[in-house]
Design a protein around this ligand. Structure first.
Ligand code: UD2
Length: 326
């Protein structure tokens, strides 16, 4: 399945100043002309290297989108309002950003004949019937965010079918890593902050709920594979295939930090999903992608500020079954 490295492309990363997007920019910029489109609602200028062109504005603003997309070969669409809670509070606002703006981007990509790698989410599945959840599982999102990502996910497939637009969709599970910050940043960032400050670590509910935590460097690698795969129009889970309870997570973070924080329990989050775990076989088979960073390694790297960055040159697909030998 040898996928060529991404080189000498003009690449747009929407949300490129944000958590996942900025790590992608780091991986791409040594070999490509990289542009970032970000409205800085959640992104940070200091995450973007100086030699990268930054276009400030909304993806949904066509006066900004058109020049940003002009001449691009490849788009990584990471810009979104990622907070499930915010989408529940204001569905119309998140709809505009997560869906309407994305549709404009797909249209523009048609015009440019650019490949689009779309960031979707495990939120599209809602409460999975079976674990691990496969890409063909039923999709019953429990939040406006999940509905918006599901519609985008389906539009991406449809644009490939109807218009031959090369799209690849990645359904992220619980992503964590450096630069994840802010009030809705995810449980690992929150626990780490609490453990470092010696404050109580706040487990919502009894802590037996589980998640599939995937390190952002693995998510970057999945994106690089999606950018070069010959199979377009598909959607892939991006997780590790492992699940960890929130209680275990709290204990792990406390141990790795060497903190004396107590672990306290709060009310469960309304609508919280009990369990989530990716079936990773399709991504492995078709993208040659497999997560490499186990949770404890990832948390240790976060605490010790060890760089687990991805280099395009060092990224090789996994080839481990006859069906992979294309
Ligand atoms: C994640 C994604 C979301 C969506 C969803 C798909 C993040 C930040 N959000 O939502 O975008 O893709 O997965 O299902 O990655 N918790 C605590 N204490 C805290 C904070 C959280 O116990 O201080 C619990 C929380 O109740 C939940 C779990 O930790 O059971 C994970 O919460 P989260 O906000 O990190 O992510 P999640 O799974 O709601």
């Amino acid at each position: 399945m040898g996928s060529p490295a991404i080189r000498d492309n003009t690449v747009l990363v929407t949300g490129g100043a944000g958590f996942v997007g900025s790590h992608l920019v780091d991986a791409l910029r040594p070999n490509n002309e990289v542009r970032v489109l970000d409205d800085f609602s959640n992104g940070h200028r200091e995450y973007v290297p100086d030699d990268v062109t930054v276009i400030e504005g909304d993806v949904g603003d066509e006066d900004v989108l058109e020049p940003a997309m002009d001449g691009v070969d490849l788009v990584f669409h990471q810009a979104a309002i990622v907070s499930v809670t915010e989408s529940v509070d204001d569905p119309r606002h998140s709809h505009e950003t997560n869906l309407e703006a994305s549709l404009k981007l797909l249209e523009r990509a048609r015009h440019e004949d650019a490949r689009v790698v779309v960031a979707s989410s495990a939120a599209t599945y809602g409460h999975p019937d079976e674990l691990p959840v496969t890409e063909s599982a039923s999709m019953d999102p429990t939040s406006p965010y999940g509905v918006q990502k599901l519609a985008l996910d389906q539009y991406a497939r449809l644009y490939a079918d109807l218009y031959d637009l090369p799209t690849v969709t990645l359904r992220y599970f619980n992503v964590y890593g450096p630069r994840q910050q802010g009030p809705y940043s995810g449980v690992i960032a929150t626990f780490l902050e609490q453990a470092r400050a010696g404050e109580p670590i706040t487990v919502e509910g009894d802590g037996s709920q589980t998640r599939d935590f995937v390190h952002v460097s693995d998510v970057v690698r999945a994106n690089l594979r999606a950018a070069t795969t010959e199979i377009v129009g598909g959607a892939y889970n991006v997780g590790t295939g492992e699940r960890t309870s929130i209680r275990t997570l709290a204990e792990t973070v406390r141990t790795v930090v060497g903190s004396s924080s107590t672990i306290v329990h709060r009310d469960p989050r309304p609508g919280d999903i009990r369990h989530s775990r990716a079936d990773v076989s399709k991504a492995r088979r078709e993208l040659g992608f497999e997560a490499r960073i186990g949770l404890e390694t990832g948390i240790r790297a976060l605490v010790n500020e060890t760089d687990l960055g991805v280099s395009i040159d060092s990224d090789r697909p996994v080839v481990d079954s006859p069906s992979d030998q294309r």
